[in-house]
Design a protein around this ligand. Structure first.
Ligand code: BYC
Length: 330
């Protein structure tokens, strides 16, 4: 199995014979499909890698609220507003489950936020693109949540217990998110000519950024080989991207929309579509902080953190009062 990963990702993973007994026993637990729990021994690199991935995932959920939050006040009907509001609230909940999972690894919520605000920790590239029209709410739900589900369903089987359990809850809600996006796209694609044009335009703008969500191509993925050996990640980036394309193209056809890729063609031999690679220069630019909305997203998060300081202080003071009362009564 490891040899296969090395082949697809071009990275070497240490052989068990090179590990000390404690590391070997840990790897054997993983290979046997056991869950690792927060108080179990784990290699420092496993802990750090998990904090990186879960932290980035949590930040993505929270920052991911912003492009959609932008449309709550402008949703076309009361029903659409209520649905979008519920979805955006779900994303906040997902962020909280994930921050809690990361905290069990010994990093505090404050440190996680500090690393987001300083730019040390990333969040998903997709949220650095603007949402320009109501059809973008459809495209985000359909494509972005669709890509998120493709990535997260396998993560329900990830080796770290708290992460895996958080993913089970999150995936249930993501399915509803994807359906609501597709429902908006159906309305738009079957609506007036202008609505259909908006739906096509949203697909045109979100298609390649959605493909980028799965990360760089396997040959450029730094973490895949080790993360897969540790079951922090269950599939390579290219495997999931291919599955996403194969699942989504028939949905676009059903909508009567055109995927903006001239090279898209069914490949009978491989049983999947051939498709164009996203522009990887654009991807690396976006994850280095130079996408269309990076500055705006980070500024909004930093302001929210500063504006919420009084709430955190009040809660802290209240907790201290309660503790003092309990101590006095004891
Ligand atoms: N965006 O070695 P690689 C959602 C970074 S949102 C930004 O392949 P890995 C939702 C990567 O971090 C979806 N950065 O990395 C919320 C690494 O840099 P560092 C969030 C990216 O970790 C609201 C470097 O590139 N989902 O659910 O093996 C509304 C090399 O990459 C991206 C998750 O986070 C990217 N797209 O694989 C709607 C899922 N891709 O850290 C939806 C959990 C790569 O060394 N995460 N980078 O500085 C994963 O599955 C993996 O972390 C990834 C990347 C597949 C994303």
């Amino acid at each position: 199995m490891y040899a296969q990963m090395v082949k697809s990702t071009g990275q070497a993973v240490r052989d068990k014979s090179e590990m000390n007994p404690q590391e070997r026993a840990f790897q054997e637990r993983i290979d046997a499909g056991e869950k690792i729990e927060p108080k179990d021994w784990m290699p420092e690199a496993y802990r750090k890698n998990l904090i990186r991935q879960i932290g980035q995932h949590a930040h993505s959920e929270i920052v991911g609220q912003l492009p959609e939050g932008n449309w709550i006040t402008r949703a076309p009907t009361l029903e659409r507003k209520a649905i979008l509001l519920a979805k955006v609230q779900d994303e906040a909940g997902h962020g909280l489950y994930l921050y809690c999972a990361a905290e069990t690894l010994g990093i505090s919520r404050d440190e996680l936020f500090e690393q987001l605000h300083s730019g040390k920790m990333k969040y998903s590239s997709i949220f650095n693109y603007p949402t320009l029209t109501w059809a973008d709410m459809g495209a985000v739900g359909w494509l972005v949540d669709g890509a998120a589900i493709m990535n997260q369903v396998p993560l329900q089987r990830t080796s770290f217990g708290p992460y895996s359990r958080a993913m089970i809850r999150i995936c249930k809600e993501e399915s509803f998110h994807q359906r609501q996006g597709f429902d908006i796209m159906m309305k738009m694609a079957n609506g007036t000519e202008a609505q259909k044009r908006m739906a096509q335009d949203a697909l045109n703008r979100f298609w390649f950024p959605a493909l980028m969500m799965f990360g760089p191509s396997d040959k450029d993925s730094v973490h895949s080989a080790q993360s897969m050996a540790w079951k922090i990640k269950m599939n390579t980036n290219d495997e999931l991207r291919q599955k996403f394309v194969d699942q989504t193209v028939p949905q676009a056809e059903y909508l009567g929309l055109t995927v903006p890729d001239e090279n898209l063609v069914w490949n009978e031999e491989k049983g999947g579509y051939d498709f164009s690679e996203p522009d990887w220069n654009e991807f690396f630019d976006v994850i280095s902080g130079n996408g269309p909305c990076n500055t705006e997203r980070l500024e909004t998060r930093k302001n929210a953190w500063e504006d919420g300081a009084w709430v955190r202080e009040a809660m802290q003071a209240h907790a201290e009062k309660r503790a003092a009362r309990a101590k006095a009564a004891a």
